[in-house]
Design a protein around this ligand. Structure first.
Ligand code: HEC
Ligand code: HEC
Length: 215
């Protein structure tokens, strides 16, 4: 990717990120995380499989927008704020404690959670291209990935759509290209809230990556 294209891509990414996180301050949130949450949840900056096993809490990478591992439903912003403010209100027998945080600190830490990407690069998976950054809040790319806002995408290339209402028999180069260019042009009422990828080369980079996600 040319430098200017990269810069404009990053600006768009930063703009949409700051838009989505208008409610809290990410840097302050990171500080809250490293002061409190780290006691039980592993440090997303130093992910370590060993730590995941020894710490009491769950791996929180990619938690935002995903299905809760403990039955809280889809973890959107509001749900995360409720959870961090008062875990017992959502799950009376939980081991997660209520922390002495101010309302602002809760909003900040949730804003920070929203920025932690999923550990989508599982063993043997090729490095995800920059163009897939926007997909991660809604899709899990790993083998046996979970449903997040959208379906898991490991093995999607070459299989039939798992979603209703798309006029395709199989996801291949051509149908994925049409979908990623403008999902709504393919399915007017799609739940995929995504404006599409304008540049053909960027779509190709995403498709090549999806193609690589096979056993
Ligand atoms: C005393 C340990 C402890 C601390 C401190 C702690 N957590 Fe947790 N957290 C847990 C445990 C244990 C669970 C799993 C709860 C259960 O199974 O009921 C959990 C679950 C969660 C979940 C739900 C994940 C899912 O998939 O549903 C989120 C989100 C979360 N914690 C965020 C935080 C944040 C943010 C902080 C810091 C502000 C924090 N936790 C501090 C122990 C802790
Ligand atoms: C805001 C959330 C969101 C974003 C961002 C998003 N998707 Fe989706 N995606 C969805 C949802 C929701 C569906 C299900 C759509 C439906 O049922 O109409 C979906 C469906 C799909 C499907 C069909 C899967 C199947 O099993 O049939 C593919 C392929 C896909 N998305 C790829 C992508 C890629 C690649 C990106 C990033 C470039 C992306 N999506 C970004 C939410 C999202």
């Amino acid at each position: 990717m040319g430098y200017l294209r990269w810069v404009s891509f990053m600006l768009v990414a930063m703009f949409s990120a700051s838009f989505a996180q208008a409610a809290g301050n990410v840097e302050d949130g990171k500080f809250v995380f490293k002061s409190y949450c780290i006691l039980c949840h592993q440090d997303p900056d130093h992910p370590d499989e060993e730590q995941i096993r020894v710490r009491a809490g769950l791996d929180l990478r990619g938690v935002y927008g995903s299905e809760s591992a403990i039955g809280l439903g889809i973890l959107n912003e509001q749900k995360l704020i409720q959870w961090v403010t008062k875990p017992r209100a959502l799950k009376p027998d939980t081991q997660m404690i209520r922390l002495p945080l101010t309302e602002k600190q809760v909003r900040d830490v949730v804003a920070y959670l929203e920025t932690i990407p999923a550990p989508h690069e599982g063993k043997g998976m090729k490095k995800a291209p920059l163009q897939t950054r926007r997909c991660h809040s809604c899709h899990d790319f790993r083998p046996n990935g979970k449903k997040k806002v959208g379906p898991p995408l490991y093995g999607v290339f070459g299989r039939k759509p798992s979603i209703e209402g798309v006029p395709f028999a199989v996801w291949n180069e051509d149908t994925l290209d049409r979908w990623l260019k403008n999902p709504r042009a393919v399915k007017a009422k799609t739940k995929m809230r995504f404006s599409g990828i304008k540049q053909a080369a960027d779509r190709q980079a995403v498709i090549d990556y999806l193609k690589s996600l096979h056993d």
